[in-house]
Design a protein around this ligand. Structure first.
Ligand code: PBG
Ligand code: ZN
Length: 276
């Protein structure tokens, strides 16, 4: 991914301070494990890169809100978002893993966790696990309408999380099925989500606008790696005015109904890109 780097756990204190100095107010953390196995063991370890990074942020930049991605694909040796039974993802076994990962992140100090593996009832399972562990104050950013999108490619390479066989169409939402996405918002709201999210952003502005009309919860949109990389690539060839394209894309996402935008352009925006 152009312009995006991985930060080792030992550098997160310095990184947190740098982001704070740049005016960044919230971060979403993703991890890469030392080693991968079938059940993604490192994902809920108290010394995982994410757990260490959470602590570093809480200490070095306590006013930055820390959210985490709760999934298994970067931690499993097969690259799927859950544990497998045969060649299929085992939904209920995965829910237990997601709950345990969320609790590990909460223990390290995360303020919001974002279950993103797209198992059925992942929000309810994570809510239960957090409450039982005494973390009823930790919020859930629900990846509700997470589409089986072609726009996640650069992220999977950066996070080394592409599935080694098959695809994620069995658990992510079919982009042609708006009804499934709307049902997913309703289910996640019922199961205790604090924020509902749409992902990707620009290819799903219609879903964002429809969710805005139906739900009072805060809405987030994730401008994903492919959306980011397209703008970067076109700008690097002189085909787009990058700051203008950044601001138009973010404004469109807000206009459609997002209260929050997750974007890889955050540092550029904080530095004034596209400011009007
Ligand atoms: C983990 C996860 C993915 C992204 C965010 N969380 C990858 C996927 O679903 O394949 C993609 C983010 C991006 O493309 O920027 N499940
Ligand atoms: Zn995943």
């Amino acid at each position: 991914m152009p312009g995006i780097e991985r930060v080792s756990a030992g550098r997160t204190v310095a990184f947190a301070r740098a982001l704070r100095g740049e005016g960044i107010r919230a971060v979403m953390l993703f991890g890469i494990p030392r080693s991968k196995d079938a059940r993604g063991s490192e994902a809920d370890a108290d010394d995982s890169a994410v757990a260490l990074a959470i602590r570093a942020f809480r200490e070095a930049a306590p006013d930055i809100v820390v959210l985490t991605d709760v999934c298994l694909c970067a931690y499993t040796d097969h690259g799927h978002c859950g544990v497998l039974r045969g060649d299929e993802v085992d939904n209920d076994a995965t829910l237990d893993r997601l709950g345990s990962i969320a609790v590990a992140h909460a223990r390290a100090g995360a303020e919001f966790v974002g279950p993103s593996s797209m198992m059925d009832h992942q929000v309810g399972a994570v809510r239960d696990a957090l409450d039982r562990a005494g973390f009823s104050n930790v919020g859930i950013l629900a990846y509700s309408a997470k589409l089986a999108s072609a726009f996640y490619g650069p992220f999977r390479e950066a996070e080394d999380s592409a599935p080694s066989f098959g695809d994620r169409a069995g658990y992510q939402i079919d982009p042609r099925r708006a009804g499934d996405a709307l049902a997913a918002f309703a289910r996640d709201a019922r199961e205790g989500a604090d924020i509902l999210m749409v992902k990707p952003a620009m290819p799903a502005l219609d879903l964002l606008a429809r969710a805005r009309e139906r739900f009072d919860l805060p809405l987030a949109a994730y401008q994903v790696s492919g959306e980011y990389s397209m703008i970067r690539a076109a700008a690097s060839r002189g085909w787009l005015d990058e700051p203008a394209a950044i601001s138009e894309s973010i404004e469109a996402i807000h206009r459609a109904g997002a209260d929050l935008v997750l974007t890889y352009f955050a540092r550029q925006i904080a530095a004034g890109a596209g400011a009007k």
